[in-house]
Design a protein around this ligand. Structure first.
Ligand code: PXG
Length: 289
């Protein structure tokens, strides 16, 4: 495997960054998780646009154009002979002194890893997943806007640990007001009485690229899409529930907090959205060759 670091392609064993990198010392940086399907990078422009917005939000001036970053992503996939996989693009504040001021870091670093991804067990896509609500709340947008895809994932990791301590793969996270925000690495959707519901983008969630795709598909299928405040009560009483994310794709949820969702099986609208998602994923994208 070859990893891109600041203009060089290094074997995995040599792909290292400095312990003085502020991404390591302070979590000062941003990233994107991107999928490659059948030799095409899925929604690359959207991922790079979100990366630029994350950079702007943390006052990190990108010294690379969108085209240069896009070329790094594609070249990393080509050098690894990948046709299907997961791309982790990381930009850190760069190497500096101790002390959290970014002023000590003259130049950001860019890392791109392209590898295979271990999904949830395939059985969960047909049988559906059971989840719970985590005690840990999603961080307030007033503290750190969850729209920034930053290197600070401890908030989500704490919730993930809580889920796993109770034997679950994933969990719901609520915002400070107690409304549903998202899961630890996925956005949440409900289907209720023929409408598709999802927490509004200001409710404390990352604005997911897969979320956007699911909303597009739902509209194409004639489902009305509504972004609104949702409570756990709304989730428990939904006809269907599913999660979306670059890693998870579209995964049905059949039980939340020991309440069966719908009839306890993946719902028909979820199945249609998953099917169209898989079709789009294999048909669209930025070609590597
Ligand atoms: N919320 C959070 C907190 C996320 O981290 C999503 C929602 C879904 O967004 P996208 O744009 O992917 O539809 C994410 C994405 C990983 C990994 O390595 C995590 C994500 C994506 C890819 C890989 O665990 N999270």
């Amino acid at each position: 495997m070859l990893v891109h670091i600041d203009g060089r392609y290094l074997p995995k064993s040599e792909a290292k960054v400095s312990v003085f990198d502020h991404g390591f010392l302070y979590g000062d940086g941003i990233f994107e998780g991107i999928r490659l399907y059948q030799g095409n990078v899925f929604r690359l422009e959207e991922h790079l646009e979100r990366l630029e917005w994350s950079a702007k939000a943390i006052c990190l001036e990108l010294p690379w154009s969108r085209k240069e970053i896009s070329d790094i992503v594609c070249e990393t996939c080509r050098r690894n002979d990948l046709t299907d996989g997961y791309i982790r693009l990381v930009i850190s504040r760069g190497t500096g002194d101790l002390g959290l001021s970014p002023k000590n870091c003259p130049k950001p670093s860019i890392v791109c890893i392209a590898d295979k991804i271990a999904l949830y067990p395939e059985a969960l896509y047909t049988q559906g997943m059971r989840i719970i609500t985590a005690p840990t709340r999603r961080i307030s947008p007033a503290a750190l806007p969850p729209m920034i895809k930053s290197l600070n994932y401890l908030n989500n990791i704490l919730a993930k640990i809580e889920a796993q301590q109770h034997g679950f793969h994933e969990c719901l996270m609520l915002n400070e007001q107690g409304f549903v925000a998202e899961c630890t690495g996925d956005n949440v959707f409900l289907v209720h009485k023929g409408r598709l519901l999802t927490p509004a983008s200001h409710s404390g969630a990352l604005v997911g690229i897969t979320r956007q795709v699911a909303m597009e598909i739902a509209a194409e299928l004639g489902l009305k899409v509504v972004e609104t405040n949702l409570t756990r009560y709304d989730v428990w009483n939904a006809d269907e529930c599913f999660l979306t994310g670059t890693a998870a794709e579209v995964i049905p949820v059949i039980e939340v907090d020991a309440r069966r969702i719908g009839d306890g099986k993946p719902g028909p609208q979820t199945a249609r959205i998953l099917e169209v998602f898989r079709r789009k994923a294999s048909a669209e994208g930025t070609r590597l060759r």
